[in-house]
Ligand binder design. Structure first.
Ligand SMILES: Cc1ncc(COP(=O)(O)O)c(C=O)c1O
Length: 418
C-alpha cells in the first residue's frame, strides 16, 4: 500500500475506509492480494448492479475486442452504439410510451447533470434551478451547486450560484405544505422568487441518506414545474437501472420527466457511460456538438450495457430484487427494533436499503468492523450516520445472508461496546 501513499494524491477516499489492495472480483465478492474475500454491499457506489465480471458481459466484451470492435469513436456512429440505442428504446422507452432522445456525454454522472442543467437554462432562458436539501448530483461546478453536502461544496473555491435550495420531502420543513408555500411565492410578484429553469431531484436520495420521496410529493413538484414552464429533471444516476425493483425508481408514479439523467450502472460491466433522456421538444434546443466530450458513448460500455438490458426482457431479475430487498429490510428492521432506544431507522426500496444509526461515529465504527470481518459497506447521509446497503442485484442468496450476518454482528458489537 506504500506506493499509493507515496504517489497518489491526498484526495484518496474510499481506500482509506477499505485499506487493502483488491486483486480480483466475481459477482458480489472482491478478493484482496492476501486472498481475503469480501462480500460487496457497496457495488462501486451503485455501478455494479449486475456484479463484478458478469459472465454474460465478459463474454460479449471479449468477443467484441477479438473481432476488432470499435473501442472509441467520440460520437461517431458505430454498430455497437446502434445496438445499444435500439435495445434501450425497445426495452425501456417504448414499453413506457417514452419518446425521449438519448444524449451521450462524458461518461460520468456529473457530466449528465451538467448537460441537463445547461439544456434547461437554454430552453427556459432562466438561470436559477431548484435543488433539494441532502441532494447529491456530482462534483463539477454546475452539479456541485445542486449538491447539498457542505464538505463537497467547500472544495469548490468559487461561489456556487444559480441554485435555490428547497427542503426535500423528508427533511425538516419539507412536504406538501412547503410546496404550496413555494407556489404561493411564485404567484406573488413581490415575493422575490421567480420561476426557475428546472427542478432537479432524486426520487430516492442515495448519498443523502436513502431518503424516499412519495409519489404525491413528486407529482406536485412536477406539477409546479410544468405550471411555471420549468423543466422537471430526475437524477436516476444511483437509483436507476433496476436497483429499486423496476428499471426506473419512478416507475408507476405517473411522472413525466423532461430529462432523466443516467450513468453508473448503464454500462453494465463497470465500464463508464452516461446518458440523458430528453423530451424531443427540449432536445431541439441543442446545436450539434454544443456539449461535447471526448469519451461520449464508450464502445465497450455500449456492448456490456446492451447485455445488461437483457435482464429487463422479463421480470426474473426484478422479482429477485423484490425478494432480496425484503430479506435485507427484514434483517435491518430486526436491528432497528433491537436498538429502538437509540432511534435507529430503516429506509429503502428494492435493493437499496439503509440503517440510520443516528450517529456518524457509530456508523463508521460499524463499517470498519464489517470490513475487518469481510464485508464492504459505505456510510452516507448527514455526518455519515446511515449504513447504505447496495449489493449487486445478482448477489447469491448465501452471500446476501452471510453479509447481513456480518453486519448484524458489527452493529451489535459497536452498540454493546458503547
Ligand atoms: C444521484 C447522483 N447523481 C450524480 C452523481 C455523480 O456521478 P459521478 O460520480 O459519476 O460523477 C452521483 C454519484 O454518486 C449520484 O449518486
Amino acid at each position: 500500500m506504500k506506493i499509493f501513499e507515496q504517489w497518489e494524491s491526498n484526495i484518496r477516499g474510499y481506500c482509506r475506509a477499505f485499506p487493502t489492495v483488491f486483486k480480483t472480483a466475481s459477482n458480489a465478492r472482491q478478493v484482496d492480494e492476501d486472498g481475503k474475500s469480501y462480500i460487496d454491499f457497496f457495488a462501486g457506489a451503485g455501478v455494479l448492479n449486475f456484479g463484478h465480471n458478469n459472465e454474460r458481459m465478459k463474454r460479449a466484451l471479449i468477443e467484441y475486442i477479438e473481432s476488432d470492435g470499435i473501442a472509441h469513436s467520440l460520437d461517431m456512429y458505430t454498430s455497437a452504439k446502434r445496438d445499444f440505442i435500439s435495445k434501450f428504446a425497445d426495452t425501456v422507452l417504448t414499453p413506457r410510451g417514452m419518446n425521449h432522445k438519448m444524449q451521450f456525454m462524458g461518461p460520468t454522472g456529473t457530466n449528465a447533470v451538467e448537460a441537463a442543467l445547461k439544456l434547461a437554462r437554454r430552453v427556459t432562458g432562466r438561470q436559477q434551478v431548484v435543488a433539494f436539501s441532502h441532494g447529491f448530483h456530482g462534483m463539477t461546478l454546475g452539479s456541485l451547486a445542486c449538491t447539498a453536502n457542505d464538505y463537497f461544496r467547500q472544495a469548490a473555491g468559487v461561489p456556487l450560484d444559480h441554485v435555490f435550495r428547497m427542503p426535500f420531502e423528508s427533511a425538516p420543513g419539507g412536504g406538501l405544505e412547503n410546496l404550496e408555500e413555494h407556489e404561493r411565492a411564485l404567484a406573488d410578484p413581490s415575493s422575490g422568487i421567480t420561476p426557475p429553469a428546472a427542478y432537479v431531484l432524486e426520487v430516492i436520495q442515495a448519498e443523502g441518506g436513502v431518503n424516499l420521496a412519495s409519489k404525491k410529493w413528486l407529482q406536485r413538484v412536477q406539477e409546479i414545474a410544468h405550471a411555471h414552464k420549468a423543466l422537471f429533471i430526475i437524477d436516476e444516476i444511483q437509483v436507476g437501472c433496476g436497483r429499486t425493483g423496476s428499471y426506473f425508481s419512478f416507475d408507476g408514479m405517473e411522472l413525466d420527466p423532461d430529462i432523466v439523467c443516467l450513468a453508473k450502472g448503464i454500462g453494465g460491466f463497470g465500464t463508464p457511460l452516461a446518458m440523458n433522456l430528453i423530451k424531443p421538444e427540449h432536445d431541439e434546443h441543442w446545436s450539434p456538438g454544443e456539449h461535447t466530450g471526448t469519451f461520449r458513448g464508450q464502445g465497450f460500455s455500449f456492448v456490456s450495457g446492451k447485455v445488461a438490458l437483457d435482464y429487463f426482457d422479463d421480470d426474473v431479475l426484478m422479482k429477485e430484487v423484490a425478494t432480496k430487498g425484503d430479506v435485507m429490510a427484514r434483517s435491518l428492521n430486526e436491528l432497528a427494533e433491537k436498538h429502538a432506544d437509540k432511534g435507529f431507522r430503516v429506509r429503502g426500496r428494492g435493493m437499496m436499503q439503509a440503517l440510520d444509526v443516528v450517529d456518524g461515529a457509530a456508523a463508521k465504527a460499524m463499517a470498519t468492523a464489517c470490513f475487518e470481518n469481510g464485508l464492504l459497506i459505505g456510510p452516507c447521509g448527514s455526518g455519515g450516520r446511515v449504513l447504505k446497503l447496495i449489493p449487486p442485484l445478482t448477489i447469491d442468496d448465501s452471500d446476501l445472508e452471510e453479509g447481513l450476518a456480518i453486519l448484524k454482528k458489527a452493529v451489535n458489537g459497536v452498540m454493546e461496546a458503547a
